[in-house]
Design a protein around this ligand. Structure first.
Ligand code: 1CP
Length: 368
């Protein structure tokens, strides 16, 4: 496939992983979670939950009280504390760094805020070529607080892996073009179809920002990375392949050889799973709409899967939760590796005690 014009926009200027701190031994490199991501034999199925930090935990609400979200993301001590809370409480097999997908674009010059109850809101949305100038290249110094937070966390976590993450170009572009959360992504798709050159230039820049942001986290010591393309499921396979895949592949392939597994997640992606597998991740995240054995057939036999309990199941009576957890585990056996997770993030109203019980059940029911 020929590369669209925006792909690798700043390639000549970007650094490579060779010889960088990224190659040092990671204490969690042989953890159950990392082994499952790589499709290696494991004593039990590892489990963590998307959006496990924050949201449903009272101890999270307590430490966040009065501190705006973006400010919290820029305070390494607070980031470390919030990241560790679900590990202490639930005994999950991995922690995800407390941050947000818009942190690197804010650091790269975009005036935005994360509003309580709404999400990211961009002061001046990106709609024209001139607007692109406001999105500059990200340097490690722009996100030194993330580097610091990871370096605080890794020694404290020992053998428990820390997952770094970033937003994928399509999902980030959606917030920048719409100006905030959107149900239809109408303006985003209008740019994609109507101004393809501008679209590819925007996604090219976002891919470089995302790649640099992930490289900072890898160099600081995270044991895996997850690329969130939460809203890509609103696209057809043809549009995904033409307008999105080359940019996400640029990010994922840019981390090949970095020594950490790459997870690629999107919501409602049944029609995209084969393409998402081709984008270059080691693990494909799947939502609850597609059984994991079906997903495995679509992403290919050499990739692990992550998922996919419906987050709403956690509100059902325990016997139903138990039945569904066992079903997900059984379907996950079709893949060379399975990381148990929800099909999307923990809902804020979730009872944390149910999450703790799910972790114990996954461990016990999958023990081999
Ligand atoms: O476990 C964690 O909560 C870890 C930290 C984390 C992660 C991984 C946060 C904190 N955000 C994210 C990723 C993220 N952010 C995604 C991808 C995952 C997903 O699909 O859920 C997306 C799409 C966002 C954007 C975002 N940020 C939204 C969604 C808005 C929409 O379009 O519907 C929201 C509500 C936020 C704010 C946010 N991010 C994180 C928290 C704890 C919050 C709430 C902020 C607050 O307290 O004001």
């Amino acid at each position: 496939m020929s590369q669209p014009p925006g792909v690798g926009a700043w390639d000549a200027m970007t650094t490579t992983m060779e010889g960088s701190a990224a190659r040092h031994e990671r204490p969690a490199a042989d953890s159950v979670f990392v082994r499952a991501c790589r499709g290696l034999p494991v004593p039990y199925t590892p489990v963590w939950f998307m959006r496990q930090a924050g949201r449903s935990l009272p101890e999270y609400r307590k430490v966040r009280a009065g501190i705006p979200m973006l400010e919290a993301c820029r305070r390494p001590d607070l980031v470390a504390e919030i990241t560790l809370q679900p590990v202490r409480r639930h005994g999950v097999d991995a922690a995800i760094l407390f941050s947000d997908i818009v942190v690197p674009v804010a650091a790269a010059g975009i005036d935005l805020d994360i509003e309580p109850g709404t999400g990211p809101v961009v002061a001046e949305p990106i709609r024209t070529e001139a607007d692109l100038d406001r999105l500059r290249r990200l340097t490690p110094a722009d996100v030194s607080y993330v580097d610091e937070a990871v370096r605080l966390l890794v020694p404290e976590m020992g053998a428990i892996p820390l997952i770094g993450f970033a937003g994928a170009p399509f999902t980030l572009a959606s917030y920048l073009v719409e100006g905030g959360p959107s149900r239809t992504h109408a303006k985003t798709k209008a740019m994609m179809w109507g101004q393809p050159e501008l679209w590819h230039a925007l996604c090219g820049r976002l891919a470089e920002i995302t790649l640099e942001f992930l490289r900072v986290q890898v160099a600081a010591g995270v044991s895996a990375v997850q690329l969130f393309d939460s809203w890509a499921g609103t696209l057809s396979d043809a549009d995904y392949r033409r307008f999105v895949l080359p940019h996400s592949a640029h990010v994922l392939k840019g981390l090949r050889g970095a020594g950490v597994p790459r997870i690629h997640f999107g919501l409602g992606t049944a029609q995209l799973l084969t393409a998402m597998g081709e984008a270059g991740a080691d693990v494909v995240g799947v939502d609850w709409r597609t059984p994991l054995d079906t997903a495995t057939a679509l992403v290919g036999p050499d990739r692990a899967v992550q998922g996919n309990l419906d987050p709403c199941v956690l509100f059902a009576p325990w016997p139903v939760v138990e039945r569904e957890v066992r079903r997900v585990l059984a379907e996950g056996r079709a893949a060379p590796g399975h990381v148990f997770n929800l099909g999307h993030g923990v809902l804020p109203e979730t009872d944390p005690e149910v999450l703790t019980r799910v972790v114990a059940l996954v461990h016990e029911a999958s023990a081999r």
